[in-house]
Design a protein around this ligand. Structure first.
Ligand SMILES: [Cu+2]
Length: 296
């Protein structure tokens, strides 16, 4: 019986592993349809835009050589960059000018990822772009020819938030140009995160809190020095009540002028006094009635 259960368990685990492996299997998209102008697509979410194997950029007299790179995109590559969700396996590629570059782009995730280059000559590449994308685990191959000038090109995934979450890199041709900012692990961020102290962020508010604490400590000290006299206790209670009421009143009278605040407080006092008098009168009437009422 035990052997039977162990056998069932082992077979079950094997089935789960096989199913997972099948799910993560990299699909090779090698039967793309040519739609014209270097636009290649299939029905399974794979696409290359502006594929170019033979049109020379004006700055090149000939193709200097053929180079192939394999690029991975996936969540697992982001682990070395805290705060990111996705990344390419590399963040920089150095390529010689006028190279015919073939990119084997592999998406390791179960989402849609792209490898897009921007800033290419628009007379060859529509919108100045070379674009590859794969939906789900899969591989796609595309080729383009780089110009002769030393330049650094932005590479990214244009799916919403994917670049901001780490899918950003740079393609450095020749000596390169100005670096692309905020490439994870490679270049300085455009908007660096800083971690200022509260005192640096809110100097007035922090100073006010410190002043209140100091006032409370001074009052307490006076109470101790005076042996807890009646007036000192009253002073301490006043300070504590004041400290407690300050944020409440501050919230209530936020944005109001001093005149408005005084007027509102006077109104509150008058209203409270009227209610107190009214209550006292009602109480007195009841007492008088009960006294003057003849006993049954
Ligand atoms: Cu993506």
């Amino acid at each position: 019986m035990t052997r039977l259960l162990v056998s069932i368990l082992v077979v079950g685990m094997c089935c789960v592993s096989v199913a997972q492996a099948k799910k993560d299997k990299i699909v090779v998209h090698d039967s793309l349809m040519e739609h014209g102008d270097g636009h290649l697509m299939d029905m399974d979410g794979a696409m290359v835009m502006n594929n170019n194997t033979d049109k020379l950029p004006e700055s090149c007299s000939k193709i200097s050589g053929d180079t192939e790179i394999t690029v991975h995109a996936g969540h697992k590559y982001s682990k070395k960059f805290p705060g990111t969700v996705y990344a390419y396996d590399k963040q920089e590629w150095h390529i010689k000018p006028c190279t015919r570059l073939t990119v084997h782009f592999i998406n390791d995730d179960h989402v849609r990822h792209q490898w897009m280059v921007h800033g290419l000559p628009k007379y060859i590449y529509k919108s100045g772009m070379f674009h590859m994308e794969v939906t789900g685990p899969g591989r796609i191959d595309g080729t383009f020819i780089l110009p002769a000038n030393d330049q650094t090109y932005l590479v990214h995934c244009d799916m919403a938030q994917h670049m901001e979450k780490g899918l950003k890199a740079q393609l450095i041709v020749g000596k390169g140009g100005l670096p692309i900012p905020s490439v994870p692990g490679s270049t300085a961020p455009l908007f660096p995160d800083t971690y200022p102290t509260q005192a640096e962020m809110y100097p007035k508010e922090v100073a006010a809190v410190a002043a209140k604490k100091k006032a409370a400590a001074t009052a307490l000290k006076q109470v101790k020095n005076n042996g807890g006299s009646f007036f000192s206790v009253i002073l301490l209670i006043g300070v504590v009540v004041g400290l407690l009421l300050t944020p409440i009143l501050g919230q209530r009278y936020k944005g109001q002028s001093a005149g408005q605040v005084v007027s509102d407080i006077m109104g509150l006092i008058a209203s409270t006094a009227r209610r107190g008098l009214s209550f006292s009168k009602m109480l007195m009437d009841k007492i008088m009635n009960s006294i003057s009422k003849p006993a049954a």
